[in-house]
Design a protein around this ligand. Structure first.
Ligand code: ATP
Ligand code: MG
Length: 445
């Protein structure tokens, strides 16, 4: 992509309404535009990151055997009357009436609708286990939308729902979700710690939240620092193996880690003093087992192996896809701008031409662009007629993890410069070597 042809409305000034760094940088880097309180347009750069995050979520869900579908944003009120939640949900639910005076709502979550799909089509235990998920916009009329995409009113969520014949099978589904989430967040360059949580309006008694440690987080968290040493890495998991999944869950849930809602002071004080940590955290996901809470009232029954009709055991599992952009920036930035982890960066590498219009520099940049594209790596090439300082400032603000700088002086010696956004370290090398190095960095991502 050539920057001269792109749409990247970078702001020079700090927007006054942004109280936290991620919101400030998302606005300044031209990633989002607020349209109403808590409702945003995703401008091209922000949209690219959103799509990357979605892609990682899809890949990891499908590795775990979960099946994607897509449900609508608008739902009929009747479904929510069946579960009893239409009145319970309160003012956070956006209620709408159509021209025929039919009551509808903009979905804040989808337990009712997925249960309706399930009961219409599944009859027998032989169709189980089954986990269906989608990535879809949600609306919650939050009292205080704030911090940009972190607490929006309209926001993108991955929500998945498991249907199992009994408790043990549903707990395996719960474990499978925890394991797949650990890998999902790591691929985004994040450490998200599963913490025991209290159940909210969705209900249930077995639940963990995934929290990213950050001073701007809205939750207070207490944990044993040993948990921050755990790394999932690229281990290959057999998601059908109940014992293997349970073992990984045990590994991550044995060290103490809880939000203020479930914090237990006496347990906390049993951890060696130097490992007792208190921090703030951003909730980027949550998993729930809630048994037959929806299947019983809504009639989602199947025939079991003995021929009896039994309600299915369910759970729901969410990832805050749009909130993740904010969380990643909170965890990865400096005073010049964002520092994208390679897994989610909008472009893998930027090219800065120090002397636009210089025949050799232009040709070298175009050559780099072609060579990178041939390796499946689309660079963002700053081909504007701008001062070098302004080009560097833009690249630093938008946070591409790697930058190739091309100038007439280096080229005379056959060299370009490859710079890491994270460390600021630069290395001179031939254009071919720079392309090879960038390709090598992204090979495992
Ligand atoms: P919170 O406690 O932050 O209000 P929640 O517990 O009500 O969130 P869940 O029902 O668990 O939210 O939704 C799953 C995920 O969706 C959350 O873990 C969070 O990452 C994301 N999410 C929830 N509310 C919002 C929001 N208003 N804006 C952006 N993301 C959100
Ligand atoms: Mg939650």
């Amino acid at each position: 992509m050539r920057l001269s042809r792109y749409f990247l409305p970078v702001l020079k000034e700090n927007p006054a309404e942004a109280q936290i760094v991620s919101h400030r940088y998302m606005l300044r880097a031209g990633m989002i535009k607020q349209q109403q309180a808590g409702i945003y347009s995703w401008l091209p750069l922000g949209y690219r990151v959103l799509r990357r995050i979605e892609q990682i979520v899809h890949e990891e869900q499908q590795k775990a055997g979960h099946i994607p579908l897509l449900m609508p944003t608008l739902q009929p009120a009747e479904l929510w009357r069946e579960s009893g939640r239409y009145d319970d949900y309160g003012e956070e639910m956006l209620r709408i009436t159509d021209r025929h005076k039919r009551e509808m709502l903009y979905g804040p979550t989808n337990e009712e609708m997925i249960t309706d799909i399930f009961r219409a089509h599944v009859e027998s235990y032989k169709s189980l286990p089954l986990t269906l998920y989608h990535i879809q916009w949600k609306f919650r009329d939050e009292v205080r939308p704030r911090f940009g995409v972190m607490r929006g009113r309209e926001f993108l969520m991955k929500d998945g729902y498991n249907f199992d014949i009994d408790y043990d099978s549903a707990i395996h589904a719960y474990n499978r979700h925890m394991v797949s989430y650990l890998r999902t967040y790591e691929r985004m360059g994040l450490q998200a710690i599963p913490m025991r949580a209290a159940s909210g309006p969705i209900g249930g008694d077995n639940t963990h939240e995934f929290l990213v440690l950050a001073s701007t987080g809205e939750s207070e968290v207490f944990y044993d620092s040993a948990i921050t040493d755990l790394k999932f890495g690229d281990r290959v998991v057999n998601f059908d193996d109940w014992t293997e999944c349970a073992r990984i869950v045990e590994e991550w849930t044995t060290p103490y880690a809880r939000t203020d809602e479930t914090h237990d002071v006496s347990l906390f004080h049993k951890i060696p003093a130097e490992r007792q940590k208190t921090s703030r955290g951003i909730e980027v996901g949550q998993i729930f087992y809630f048994g037959t809470k929806y299947s019983e009232p809504m009639g989602a029954f199947v025939t079991n192996a003995d021929g009896e009709r039994v309600p299915v055991h369910m759970g729901s599992h969410g990832i805050g896809v749009s909130r993740l952009l904010g969380a990643i920036i909170e965890a990865s930035h400096d005073d010049k701008g964002i520092i994208w982890p390679e897994g989610v960066t909008p472009f893998p590498v930027g090219i800065v031409n120090l002397k636009q219009g210089d025949g050799a520099a232009d040709a070298a940049c175009e050559g780099l662009e072609k060579a990178l594209l041939a390796k499946g790596l689309e660079p963002l090439y700053d081909d504007r007629d701008e001062r070098a300082g302004a080009k560097f400032a833009t690249m630093d603000l938008i946070g591409l993890p790697w930058r190739i700088t091309v100038g007439p002086r280096g080229l005379a010696a056959g060299k370009v410069e490859l710079t890491s956004r994270r460390t600021g370290e630069s290395e001179e090398m031939s254009p071919e070597a720079a392309v090879a190095k960038v390709a090598e960095i992204y090979a495992g991502i």
